[in-house]
Design a protein around this ligand. Structure first.
Ligand code: GCO
Ligand code: CA
Length: 260
C-alpha cells in the first residue's frame, strides 16, 4: 500500500534497543524504513543491532544520553553524515521512577522530567531544524495513559508525559507550515520490562489492569506497529498534534467493579 510505504525513509527511534521502541522500529522497518536507534548501554545496543540485522533490517546504532544536548547535537550530525537525512523521529526513550510524592527525592523527580520531557525536546529541536530545511518530516512522541490520568507513585512520570502531550501540540503548531507533522502515541498498559515489576503474578496491579482495560488484557508491543506506521507515513499528512491512544479502551471508560 503506497499510502503507508516508508521505502527510502530513515527513521530515528530513541531508546530503540528494547520494548515498545523496538516493536515500533520493527513496524517501521517492515514498512520499508531504514532504522537509526539510540541507547545508553553498549551491551543492550549490541544485542538490539544483531536482533534487527537477523531480521534483515538496515540499521545503525548510536550510544548517548539524550539529555546531554551538546553530545546529542554531535550524534545527530553524525547520523546525517553517516547515512543521510532523518525523515521520521520517534521520541520513545523514557524512564519511570515509582515513588510516593511524600518521599520522592527531588533529584529523582528532576531526572524523570529531564529524560522523558527535556530529552524529547532536545532531539526534536535538533532533528526538527533539519526537517525544516529538508521540506518536511514526521515526529511521533511516545506519551502514556499518564498524559491523561494520575495514579499513586508516578507524579514525575505523569508530569513529564502530560508535558510531552502539550509539547506535541506546540511543536505541531509551530512546524505544520514546514510540512512537519508532530503527533503522539499514548500506549495503554503493555507487557514490557518497564511494567514487569507491577505485572508479576499475584501483584494486585496485574489483576487491576486486566479488569480496568475493556480489551481485558495487557498490550502486546506489536499492537503499536500499525499506529506508528500510520503516523510516520503519507497517510497522516494532514494529521497534526493528535495523540492516538492505543490502550484497549482504557480512556473510553470509567472502569467496572471486579465482579462484572
Ligand atoms: C505506571 C506507568 C507505566 C505505564 C504506562 C501507562 O502506571 O506505573 O504509568 O508503567 O507503562 O506508561 O501508559
Ligand atoms: Ca532517503
Amino acid at each position: 500500500m503506497k499510502l503507508f510505504d516508508l521505502t527510502g525513509k530513515r527513521a530515528l527511534i530513541t531508546g530503540g534497543t528494547h520494548g515498545l521502541g523496538m516493536a515500533m522500529a520493527e513496524g517501521l522497518a517492515n514498512a520499508g524504513a531504514e532504522l537509526i536507534i539510540t541507547g545508553t548501554t553498549p551491551a543492550k545496543m549490541d544485542k538490539a543491532l544483531s536482533h534487527y540485522k537477523t531480521k534483515g533490517y538496515k540499521v545503525s546504532g548510536y550510544i548517548f544520553d539524550i539529555t546531554d544536548d551538546k553530545l546529542a547535537a554531535t550524534k545527530i550530525s553524525e547520523m546525517v553524515s553517516d547515512g543521510g537525512q532523518i525523515d521520521i523521529l520517534v521520541n520513545n526513550a523514557g524512564i519511570i521512577k515509582r515513588e510516593l510524592a511524600t518521599t520522592m527525592p527531588v533529584d529523582d523527580f528532576r531526572r524523570v522530567i529531564e529524560v522523558d520531557l527535556v530529552g524529547a525536546f532536545i532531539i526534536s529541536q535538533l532533528v526538527g531544524n533539519r526537517m525544516i530545511k529538508n521540506g518536511g518530516g514526521k515526529i511521533i512522541n511516545i506519551c502514556s495513559m499518564m498524559s491523561e490520568l494520575g495514579r499513586n507513585s508516578v507524579s514525575a512520570y505523569a508530569a513529564a508525559k502530560g508535558g510531552l502531550k502539550m509539547l506535541t501540540r506546540s511543536l505541531a503548531t509551530e512546524w505544520a507550515k514546514h510540512n512537519i507533522q508532530v503527533n503522539g502515541i499514548g500506549p495503554g498498559y503493555f507487557a514490557t520490562s518497564q511494567t514487569e515489576p507491577i505485572r508479576v503474578d499475584g501483584h494486585p496491579f496485574n489483576e487491576f489492569i486486566i479488569n480496568r482495560t475493556p480489551s481485558a488484557r495487557w498490550g502486546d508491543p506489536e499492537d503499536l506497529a500499525g499506529t506508528a506506521i500510520f503516523l510516520a507515513s503519507k497517510a497522516s499528512d494532514f494529521v497534526n498534534g493528535q495523540i492516538v491512544y492505543v490502550d484497549g479502551g482504557i480512556l473510553a471508560t470509567i472502569g467496572k467493579p471486579s465482579n462484572e
